[in-house]
Design a protein around this ligand. Structure first.
Ligand SMILES: Nc1ncnc2c1ncn2[C@@H]1O[C@H](COP(=O)(O)OP(=O)(O)O)[C@@H](O)[C@H]1O
Ligand SMILES: [Mg+2]
Length: 258
């Protein structure tokens, strides 16, 4: 009797598990708005990114792409809306706390420290860590980008644009993020170097990091990401699987030059 009851209980509990164990999205934004004084840069953005996805936001200059990433990273304060990372509201957390939780931004224009060496720039990315494994992480980054390893003592300001982009990615990766935000990594780079940078981003994604990429280079972004949103004047105008967007006449005319 007791055994039968126990079996039934176990079955009931097992039946409940799939819902209680459902994984929260890596990131969810709800009605997010950003204003700079009277200028609305983002107006009511809602989107959700699952764990392990690689997605992109495309849009023209001034569409609000950087404002979106800066709001997620905690570098600008939204005027309205909600941001949750793995189901946890983060809007009240300062940017360093969001970084510690796994949100890492590779900013537009790279933002490397020109008078510090490659190695010093990467080490700065690990400042929030206290577990003593930073050296292992730096080695892991050099394995991902051997070009940085060869230049570890070189001043960052003397690197090429592409190498500086690698360094910015390396600095963001040393904190072992689970969500990497990339702001126009292709900007200003020669096609060969753009190719190289995107191979590195794809490898980071393969290692399990969720990636949100923003790009003016829509062709490249749609080829790399599985889903995409088009940002226009601070609002999402079109969204869906990248292949569907690449075939959408509006997207083709406005962003793919066809
Ligand atoms: N610090 C700022 N102060 C005032 N306006 C800003 C600031 N940053 C961005 N903006 C404005 O917000 C809008 C969106 O900018 P941004 O997010 O940088 O777009 P994108 O990255 O897509 O080019 C633009 O109109 C821009 O001029
Ligand atoms: Mg920008």
């Amino acid at each position: 009797m007791t055994k039968a009851a126990t079996t039934t209980e176990v079955q009931v509990i097992t039946g409940v598990l799939p819902t209680t164990q459902r994984v929260a999205p890596m990131l969810s934004l709800s009605e997010l708005s950003v204003h700079y004084g009277g200028i609305a840069a983002l107006r009511g953005i809602s989107l959700s990114i699952e764990v392990g996805e690689m997605v992109c936001v495309i849009g023209a200059n001034g569409a609000g792409k950087s404002s979106l990433l800066r709001a997620i990273a905690g570098l600008v304060t939204p005027s309205a809306g909600h941001i949750a990372h793995r189901g946890v509201p983060v809007l009240m957390l300062p940017s360093f706390e969001r970084a510690r939780r796994g949100i890492s931004l590779v900013p537009e224009g790279r933002g490397v420290f020109p008078r510090l060496s490659v190695q010093e720039n990467i080490a700065i990315g690990g400042y929030a860590r206290s577990d003593g494994a930073v050296k292992d992480d730096i080695d892991r980054i050099y394995a991902l980008m051997p070009r940085l390893a060869e230049r570890r003592s070189q001043l960052a300001g003397t690197l090429s644009g592409g190498e500086q982009q690698m360094l910015a990615i390396g600095r963001a990766m040393v904190s072992r993020p689970d969500l990497l935000l990339l702001d126009e990594p292709s900007m200003g780079l020669a096609p060969m170097m753009v190719q190289k940078i995107f191979e590195i981003i794809a490898e980071v994604a393969r290692q399990g990091v969720t990636i949100l990429l923003v790009e003016q280079n829509a062709r490249l972004a749609l080829r790399t990401a599985s889903r995409a949103w088009v940002l226009e004047g601070g609002q999402i105008s079109v969204s869906g699987p990248s292949a569907a967007l690449a075939a959408d006449p509006r997207v083709r005319a406005a962003y793919l030059g066809e």
